[in-house]
Every structure is written in C-alpha cells, then in structure tokens.
Design a protein. Sequence first.
Length: 365
Amino acid sequence: MKRQLILEDGTIFIGEAFGANNDSIGEVVFHTGMTGYQEIITDPSFAGQIVTLTYPLIGNYGVNHEDFETFQPAIKGLIVKEAADYPSNFRSQMTIDTYCKAKNIPGLQGIDTRKLTRKIRQFGTLRGMLCGIDVNKDEVIDRLKREKAANDLVSTVSTKQIFPSPGRGYRVVLVDFGMKHGILRELTHRNCHVIVVPHNTTSKEILALHPDGVMLSNGPGDPKDVPYAVKMVEELLGQVPLFGICLGHQLLALANGADTEKLKFGHRGANHPVKDVRTGKVILTSQNHGYAVSLDSVKNTNLEITHIAINDGTVEGLKHKKYPAFSVQYHPESAPGPEDANDLFDQFIELIQKWEEAGHETYRY
C-alpha cells in the first residue's frame, strides 16, 4: 500500500506503508543512530514527532520485550529507507511492522531518507503528515501551516500517579517529565529507593517524601511550556541534591535565570562528542533534544558550564556554584548509545553522600 509524507513547505515523499493504517501529523526530525531503533521508538522525548532514521536498514534484529524505554510510545510516525520483514536475532520476538501496528504507529519506507534529512538540516525541522496518496495535498499543506504543535507535551507522557521502585539505599524522588526506563534502571542498580512522581508535583509534595536526592528526568517539547516545573526546581534548590537530564537540565537552567532556545534541527543521535571543560576529556554521548540552554544567558547566573558540545559549542552540562545541583543535556543512561557518561549516576550518589556528611539528615533504607 502506498503512503506519502507531505511537508508544510509542499515537499512530498511517496513510498510504501508499514505499521498502523492511519494518518498522523507531527514535527519531522531525524536520528542518526545506527542501532537502537527500539529504544528510539519508545523514548518519550519523541512525543509529537515523526522520526526519520538515517541508517538505511531498520528492524533487522527485530523487537523484543526487554529493550523498551516506555511501554506506550508517543511518536507520531516512523520513516525508514527499508523496514526488514525477516529479522535475525535470538532475542527477536516480533517484526518492527508488527510492533508498529500494535502500538498504532504509522510507518513509511522506500523514500530517499538522505534527501529528507538534508532538507531538515538545511531548513530546520518541519511539520509533516503521513497519509494516503488520495488526499487533497493543498488542504493538507494549508492545515500544516495553520495548526500549531501541541503545548505541554510533558503532560501526555508523564505518569499520572506516584509509584515506588523499592531499594535499600538512598531515597531518590524521580520527577517524570517523560522518563526513560534506563534512568530508573541506573538508579535501582545503585540500590536507590526510587519514588517516581508526576510532572506537576510541587516542591512541597516532593519534600514531604523526605528525599535524599531529586532526579529531574528527560522529556519532550519546549521547557518553557512547563513553568510550574521551573518553579518547583527553583524552590528545591538548596533543599536537596538535584540531578537533571535533558529536559531536566533545561529546567535547572531556567530556574536559575538562564534562558533556552530552539535549535535548527536538534541533536538526535548516539555519537555526539561532548567535552568536559574542567578536564578536557571528550566523551561520546546519546542525545535527543530540540532545545538547548543559551550560552550567553548563563554568564550572569549562579551556574557554571561544565560541558560543551564539540560539534556546535552548545551547553551540555551545568553545575550550581553554591548548591548541590548539576545537570547534563545528554543521556548518561544511553539506551541506545555509548555508556561513556554512566558514571554521572555515581557522581549523583556521591553528591548525596557529601550532603549527608555535611550534617543533613538522610532517609536511606
């Protein structure tokens, strides 16, 4: 069955359909990872987006039940050069087509993904629609130009209620703005007693849980769409150690008076080099974000820049000059991608230990 992608600038890509049989509108972005398509599809940070994978063959090792980053993916569509019909891997339990059908994700294959990627790199992210070939193209283009992307995507992917992941170490409150399971995995691996709370939990409610540390998770969209979260972070500063990842990094910046800006086409891949400005060490990182902290806006705040992106010089890490709080723009839990930055979770635990040694009460199990 034929399916097409119509972009708001009038460009049309016609290919073959796979996955769910429905139309879908979203922001068209690209991800350069060669592997990890299952984790990419289920990353809540892709909420509201149609994801183009630049690696040509996708689905060749199938889909299993262990590598999901969330159980209910939030992407609006998937675009690939070729979707494998017959995966070959001992862990494979279904094809990518079967999975996309089950999760209501429309797919498009057989188009020139290099051409689409180059267009996004040249003109920036564009809104697009995956649909059949019998639609009125002019009406679709007009709709794409008129309709704006949804605000506060965080509320669509965050948990609706508090739940624990029991452990016998430090008590960590994990604020779910679109949490990847990998973050929860790394905390539980370090014996933390994790309490996951919704995105709109107040600082008063968080402190009532007696946390030894607070983790601010990744999530989709513009950080300025969640001002209540900025207020929460601002009120927690100095009250408890904080560690922010991706969207959590941006929220920490906003809570300290810095600013954020939308990138032309974002950072989405598994091999982005990042430099620690304190040591000169360069690591490869997994990234997925369309917004970044404005470099100049950090100058007159209580934050210092700890990491920068080698490719474009954007801010990749921050540390508070006075309070126990730090953040990174990239994903130290990887999934998918390199594990070069995995020790940041250990640094978070060490920050809590220092907080305890300084005389603050902790509530470890």
